[in-house]
Design a protein around this ligand. Structure first.
Ligand code: PMP
Length: 425
């Protein structure tokens, strides 16, 4: 159906549209829904794909003959490191396999930089008058809350379809030595779904920075999480950085949280051998070795890197229909009205919905009152502050398909209603 942009309606037409949406919303509320699109969690049928892990490992020795039940092996099981090296396109020597959370590894890396500084640092970051990070927005809320918790200042740049806005980043890092880092999700970003191109990655890894110890936290949480046949390959950040004379700039992170079990997977880091020696030195003060039993069962469960890729296609089969349902609901209600734009991600866990400026908070409130929980408006910005109050992150993986359909039809109604209210004011 062809629709005129909402802003082009006459006062009478707009009043009729508003009345129509108010009635639809009243009906929605009467249904007494209780639905949740807040967090990017795998659904239980996705967790079931890895149920066999619960009866592994078979035996308790790794390939070298070491007893995985015992202490030791700080950098993780060699065969698992090899598998991740292939999946992430890095060298095995660059990889560490750790506990169940990559977020914890990011926290550790940042803590080490603050307390001691890293390779190339003139002093510990805590002894700098100010430390700033460049944050492409919208971005991952937990990155921002971690930075805020450490008192690190956040300077935003736009997140474009091919990655962070390179010119904006360059301008921030060139002359200000307090700008120490940049944090990105390079593949199927949280929440926009954008993937960092090789050109953008090369610019980020080669640009001059006033800080000699500038770091890019390359959080490749969704490297393997394709939603279509086009399986994008992440830019090879470590090689690009090394080839451009900044081998220690990137620190790569990933995990199997959305591959096997979100609460009991394996987290991974990859970085230059200099960075790795630095990180392991500090890690060795905190641990005598990771959960190698979990490492071994992951190796046995997947067999090899192709086993992981095949496993990811099973996830795709389960979640792609939910992403399609989001598109269908938004298109059905909002196409042509010009009151919202949304991404159609080809991977990852989120859909980014930009509603009419100034209405995101209202949309989330309307949805909440109708029993549909959405991530708070602004969550994808530092300190939860979206300057345009237009951004909403949708996470469709966790609820069953019918609930995604129902919830998204409701959300679309709320978006249209909030826009009509705003235009009527
Ligand atoms: N990074 C990103 C971009 C994420 O979206 C998430 C999970 N929502 C994480 C990291 C958390 O990963 P982990 O479970 O390995 O700590």
């Amino acid at each position: 159906t062809e629709r005129a942009p909402l802003s082009s309606l006459s006062a009478d037409e707009l009043a009729a549209f508003l009345a129509d949406k108010q009635a639809a919303y009243a009906e929605l509320k009467d249904r007494g829904l209780s639905l949740d699109l807040t967090r990017g969690k795998p659904a239980s049928d996705q967790l079931d794909l890895s149920e066999a892990l619960l009866s592994l490992p078979t035996g308790h020795t790794d390939r070298s003959g070491a007893d995985v039940r015992n202490y030791g092996g700080l950098e993780g099981l060699l065969e698992l490191r090899e598998m991740f090296a292939e999946l992430l396109g890095v060298e095995t020597a660059q990889v560490i396999c750790g506990g169940n959370s990559s977020l914890t590894m990011m926290h550790q890396a940042l803590t080490d930089l603050l307390l001691w500084g890293g390779p190339g640092s003139e002093r510990a970051w805590k002894d700098e008058p100010v430390v700033k990070f460049v944050c492409p927005v919208p971005g991952y809320d937990r990155h921002f809350s971690m930075l805020a918790d450490f008192g690190i200042e956040m300077v935003t740049v736009p997140m474009n379809e091919d990655g962070p806005d390179v010119e904006a980043v360059r301008a921030l890092v060139a002359d200000d030595p307090s700008v120490k880092g940049l944090w990105i999700v390079p593949t199927y970003a949280n929440p926009t779904g954008a993937t960092c191109s090789v050109e953008v990655a090369t610019a980020l890894m080669s640009m001059p920075t006033a800080a000699p110890d500038f770091r890019v936290f390359w959080d490749n949480a969704y490297a393997l999480h394709h939603l279509t046949d086009t399986e994008v390959k992440s830019a090879d950040a470590l090689s690009i950085a090394a080839a451009n004379g900044h081998p220690d700039r990137p620190i790569m992170f990933a995990s199997t949280s959305k591959i096997t079990f979100a609460g009991a997977g394996v987290a991974v880091m990859a970085m230059s051998e200099t960075n790795k020696a630095w990180f392991l030195k500090h890690l060795g003060m905190a641990s005598i070795g990771p959960d190698k039993v979990n490492h071994l069962r992951h190796v046995q469960f997947f067999g090899d890197a192709d086993g992981v890729r095949a496993h990811m296609r099973k996830h795709r089969e389960l979640i792609a229909p939910k992403f399609a349902a989001v598109q269908a609901a938004l298109t059905a209600e909002l196409a042509g009205l010009e009151v919202a734009e949304w991404t159609e991600p080809t991977g990852g866990y989120f859909v980014n919905l930009d509603v009419m400026d100034g209405t995101a908070t209202r949309v989330v409130q309307l949805a909440k009152e109708a029993g549909i929980a959405l991530t708070p408006a602004g969550a994808s910005f530092p300190h939860g502050q979206d300057p345009r109050d237009r951004n909403i992150r949708l996470a469709p993986t966790f609820p069953p398909l019918e609930q995604v359909e129902t919830a998204m039809a409701g959300v679309a109604t709320c978006v249209a209603l909030a826009a009509a209210e705003a235009l009527t004011r």
